[in-house]
Design a protein around this ligand. Sequence first.
Ligand code: 16G
Ligand code: ZN
Length: 536
Amino acid sequence: IMDPKKLVEGSAKHPQPGKVFQYGTAGFRMKANLLDSVVYRVGLLAALRSRKLNGQTIGVMITASHNPPEDNGVKLVDPMGEMLEASWEAYATLLANAATDEALLELYKKLSSDLKINGEAPARVIFARDTRASGSRLVGCLIDALEAAGAEHTDFKLLTTPQLHYLVRCVNTKGTQYEYGDVSEQGYYEKIGAAFKRAMKHRKSSGAVTVDCANGVGGPKLKELLKYLPTKAEGGVDIKVINDDVVKPENLNVQCGADFVKTNQRAPPSSTTKPLERCASLDGDADRVVYYFTSDENIFRLLDGDRIATLAASFLGDLGRQSGLAEHLKIGVVQTAYANGASTQYVESNLKLPVICTPTGVKHLHHAATRFDIGVYFEANGHGTVLFSPAALKAIATHEPQSPAQQAALETLQALTELINQTVGDALSDLLLVEVILAHKNWGMREWLDTYVDLPNRLVRVEVRDRNMFVAVDAERRLESPPGAQAEIDKLVGKYKQGRSFARASGTEDAVRVYAEAATRGEADDLAGKVANVVR
Ligand code: 16G
Ligand code: ZN
């Protein structure tokens, strides 16, 4: 049970700095020196949430992903390894903003009674952090809160964000028919390693990839995972790890990593790979991955989340047909408005699969993906995964193959259900998924790139006085407010061949983002500039 005296004392150790905080799409995220009180209060909420769910284990991840080294952040993980239920984000915000230690205690009690939480129910919390210098101090704040709230807790130390999501699901499914895996970091490697080996059994070729780990937690974790994977000689993939310096945390995400590559449309300056060589970059907490290479003509080519989604959807479609399960496995793709229009067109026209567009943020995509038997969701920035419905898992597990070819496809499909992290986008798991598919298709980067041609596009960040003036609807593709803005955008878009553009308020920064695409580079730039002027 919660100890009121401890709660107030603990809060006094980590005072609210007189700022207003908001639990956003990525939890709380800011300069690390502002986070102590926020983390303390998130700890309290984690205990409340666990009690509300009768002692199911809640996860707390301390990370600021692709943000600079001096930032940090914190977010909660719900029992099945999903993002915190949306309605609870508001309670996190309330707690973070309680002005005094006493006000915090009163709010804790009020939430507890409003939400009909049994204060005597057990509370269980597990947590982990990325490699940032501020991480261990913030873990101290978290532990103070968990002690005050009377929550059992386990520190899993350094982990990638998806590893913590995995562990939360494992704890809560242990001993049930939905058991997800062993509740340990090693269990994660064993599960993925074994699945990868099975998925590679019927491959045609195997390749090599250089992985930039953003100097973040993904580096040591990928190196650990390699110990559980077959070597190149054993039919595995040759994975070379670079930018894995976590000894100097000031290097995190600096001039490297998935966000650098995606935003700057170039390889990390430190990259020494040769034309056509396969490269991938993870972000700082290893929940995003993008691929790229330089072509023969020395042109940088990015294969982002849209490309991974189309590759995965195409392969899963093949496996569905080859295993004789096609009619039981309705595959769909979930994207955001940032997906390149050519990728959407490719999925609908070539793969003949449905596409759903949702607002930005993993929770929206994840939710929509559960509507399919196999839901492939990716944001263009490289965050995504593939979800298998319970019915799909059952069909895949119990299907009787009618031929050796069906058997082989089925085995690969079964392996993928284990390889792909079902809780959240996972760069390590996604990386292996891509490698498996390329090995099966016997493709290099060129073949993958040539499946379709991206429309030239431009993303512009516009500083505005008040981003809350910009209210988007229709999966953020249209502005409802300010009045008249959308009509102006429509008029501009109409003038461009294959033109598409939208403006939306960022959920993580004080700015509006404008996206535009069109038939040529010049027109895309031009359209983006004009739409930016509409919102400016
Ligand atoms: C958050 C989201 C990410 C999204 C980004 C958009 C999660 C875990 N993270 O980082 O998916 O792409 O916000 O940022 O949902 P924006 O609103 O500033 O464009
Ligand atoms: Zn991340």
